[in-house]
Structure formats: structure tokens, C-alpha cells
Design a protein around this ligand. Structure first.
Ligand SMILES: [Zn+2]
Ligand SMILES: [Zn+2]
Length: 173
């Protein structure tokens, strides 16, 4: 991996916590038509004070907008980001659980951890991939069957195994 590639991570436009603030506001707006700091704090299980502090950079970037009644709204860009992260979360959880066979609880956790990190391109291609999987055609079923067989392809011997380096990573599970 080149230096330029791993440093991209630092340029990610959304921190994980910012992503959850945006999604929480988005949820509250859908459910109640408004979002207040108190409601966000309650839902994220944090204090009002730390909620206000975390909202500051989001307001500054114009993702979250406060009206004269101190109700919070999402700007178009804020809403776009919230929806993108929500979609990524759903797609990734489904990918891990239904395609890769990751334990459902772990799939949910892992999806949550990376939901905000995908580029729009990767997100769109992932949506296409999952749409193809959901089509459940014979070809897809055959592919999934073939994939399930691969789970035992580790030889537990680093000389012959195509997956492991020096330490068998299957045995660590
Ligand atoms: Zn998350
Ligand atoms: Zn192996």
C-alpha cells in the first residue's frame, strides 16, 4: 500500500462520531419532524454538554443548521451524508452476514465501524453487488454455495496455505 493510500484515511471527511450525530438527527427528523440537543444526547447516551460540543464542528461545516427556536436541521449536504452512511451500514452488514457468513452480531459491529469510510464509488458498487446477490438467481446461489466451500480452504500450514502468512489466522478464531 502506498503512503498516499494510507494517508487518505486521515482526509476522510467524516469522523465516526460525526456520522452518528448526522444519522441520529436524520432519524429524529423522520420520526418527529424536529431534533433538539436533548433528544440527540438521550439517543446517543451522552450529556447535553458534550453533545453541544460535538455539534459545533458540524454546524461550522454547514452540515447541521440551527433555527431560531434552537431546533436542528440537516443541510442538503448533511442529509446526503447521513443517508449515504445509513445505506453503507445496511449494505455492509448484509454483505458480512449474508454473503461472507460473519456472525450476525459481529457483522453489525463491523458494519458500524466502517460505514462512514467508503467512497461514493465504492458505496455505489457495493449497492450494485448486493442488488445482484438479492436477485437470488441460480448463478448467485451457485456462487454462494461455492463461497461457503472456501471457508475450509486453510491448510493450517503456512508453507502451503494461500491465505495465511506465518501465523495461521484461521486458528486464532
Ligand atoms: Zn457506526
Ligand atoms: Zn491458513
Amino acid at each position: 500500500m502506498s503512503n498516499a493510500v494510507w494517508k487518505e484515511y486521515e482526509d476522510n471527511q467524516l469522523t465516526h462520531s460525526a456520522a452518528h450525530y448526522l444519522m441520529t438527527i436524520h432519524e429524529l427528523l423522520k420520526e418527529h419532524g424536529y431534533a433538539r440537543v436533548t433528544d440527540i444526547a438521550k439517543r446517543l447516551n451522552i450529556t447535553r454538554g458534550s453533545c453541544s460540543i460535538s455539534l459545533k464542528p458540524l454546524k461550522k461545516r454547514g452540515l447541521v443548521v440551527e433555527d431560531e427556536n434552537r431546533f436542528l436541521q440537516l443541510s442538503d449536504e448533511g442529509q446526503r451524508l447521513a443517508e449515504q452512511v445509513e445505506r453503507n451500514d445496511e449494505l455492509l452488514e448484509e454483505l458480512f452476514r449474508d454473503v461472507l457468513g460473519v456472525d450476525p452480531e459481529q457483522a453489525e459491529i463491523d458494519a458500524c465501524k466502517i460505514e462512514h469510510l467508503l467512497s461514493l464509488d465504492a458505496s455505489i458498487q457495493l449497492a450494485n453487488f448486493m442488488a445482484c446477490i438479492r436477485s437470488k438467481t441460480d448463478e448467485v446461489q451457485t456462487f454462494l454455495k461455492e463461497l461457503r466451500k472456501q471457508s475450509t480452504s486453510c491448510t493450517h500450514d503456512s508453507d502451503t496455505c494461500s491465505i495465511c502468512q506465518n501465523i495461521c489466522f484461521i486458528d486464532q478464531n
